[in-house]
Unconditional design. Structure first.
Length: 390
């Protein structure tokens, strides 16, 4: 099929919920991809932080294919050793006690919200505090948790019971945490909100405040998790341990997964029949995730993520069109002195470089395994595009 045929088919048969770029990707290897017409791209997106080990990593592919050839799915009424092993490996990496598996970030947050409601139920505490400018998903409840009105518009009424606080303002947060609040849910680095990192004092103070007021401290690690920030979970880099953490995007290296992790004191808070998912914890997906966890949860791998992040920053800051760079590890937001981020994204694609935007910033979420050569090639293309739009 030619690109035009693919595009026509999309126009005719797919709901237009995405502003797409003119490229149909059909093949990839690590941080390199090729489109339907054979054009090569350097990839700084990893599919919004999903392909942690890059495109079609050989060991990941082998693990997934081998499991598909053994048993591809079973009903959650039976046991699966891929599923139980992933739960143990993940809990140990995260400092958590138990896992619930589902298929996406939004579902993982739905599970966290159900746990929070159940935790507060006995004392009538049903409110959940989230931050302005946050992003927690597209279901009606996780939209309500998302502190950005632009996403709510047209879909009212949403699930009730969410309060919004300003990130960084501990006093404002403290004023909200009365007896009606059962939990807070935050991103340590707001991804969709424009790659906005919370400062350490705020996150640590927030965590302490929650403990003092018997409010669950829940961290949405959907974008920041699984090595993205140079720590297995970003909260480990902030020196806090949440009661509940949610993870998805990069966890299975490109297969749909979500997980809600809880600390020891919440062991078995949800009873049989209170939560479930047909596909959740599917053995093929878990086999892919185990390969990701095995590779990422290694100090040398995580150290390399941090070093690559520092290298990106150094090179980006040397580009005269760049105003500032923010984020952690390989989660980078780039503010340009002038020009429109989306226009830059389009021009990058034309130049053979895949990037993302987040609000008015250009965003890079490259595969964690990106090589020196791939970084340099992509950065060179980026510098060239910036010179042209300047
Ligand atoms: C992407 C994202 C979600 C939603 O995940 P889906 O898998 O698209 O449902 C939730 N929270 C954060 C922080 C995200 O970045």
């Amino acid at each position: 099929m030619t690109f035009q045929e693919i595009k026509d088919q999309e126009q005719a048969y797919i709901m237009h919920t995405y502003g797409r770029v003119d490229a149909a990707l059909v093949k990839g290897r690590n941080a390199r991809a090729w489109d339907a017409e054979g054009k090569e791209y350097i990839d700084f997106t990893s599919g919004i932080g999903v392909n942690s080990l890059g495109y079609s990593d050989p060991q990941w592919t082998a693990a997934v294919a081998a499991q598909a050839g053994e048993i591809q799915h079973l009903c959650n009424y039976y046991y699966s050793p891929q599923n139980t092993a992933l739960a143990e490996e993940l809990c140990k990496a995260a400092g958590m006690a138990q896992a619930f598996f589902c298929n996406s970030g939004a579902e993982a947050n739905e599970c966290a919200i159900k746990i929070a409601r159940k935790y507060g139920e006995k004392r009538g505490a049903d409110k959940i505090v989230t931050l302005n400018n946050s992003f927690h998903g597209r279901t009606l409840t996780t939209l309500a948790a998302t502190g950005q009105e632009a996403f709510h518009k047209d879909f009212l009424p949403l699930t009730e019971g969410f309060l919004y606080a300003e990130g960084g303002d501990l006093e404002a947060v403290a004023a909200l945490l009365d007896g009606s609040v059962c939990a807070v849910l935050i991103e340590t680095v707001q991804g969709e909100g424009g790659v906005v990192p919370m400062d350490e004092g705020f996150v640590q103070g927030f965590s302490r405040l929650c403990r003092e007021r018997d409010v669950l401290f829940m961290v949405d690690e959907v974008q920041t998790g699984v090595g993205r920030t140079g720590h297995f979970y970003s909260y480990q880099g902030y020196g806090v341990q949440p009661d509940v953490a949610t993870s998805a995007k990069g966890l299975a290296g490109g297969l749909p997964i979500g997980v809600c992790l809880v600390k020891e004191r919440l062991r078995n808070i949800l009873k049989p029949g209170q939560q479930g998912s047909t596909f959740g914890g599917n053995p093929v997906v878990c086999a892919g995730a185990r390969e990701v966890v095995r590779r990422v949860n290694d100090p040398a791998f995580l150290g390399a993520v941090e070093e690559k992040g520092a290298y990106f920053r150094e090179k980006l800051l040397a580009m005269p069109q760049v105003d500032f760079v923010r984020g952690r590890g390989l989660m980078l937001g780039i503010k340009l002195k002038s020009g429109d981020a989306h226009d830059v994204l389009t021009k990058c694609a034309e130049a053979g470089l895949l990037v993302l935007t987040a609000k008015e910033l250009v965003r890079f979420l490259p595969p964690l395994t990106i090589t020196q050569e791939e970084m340099d090639e992509g950065l060179e293309k980026f510098a060239k595009v910036l010179r042209e739009v300047d």
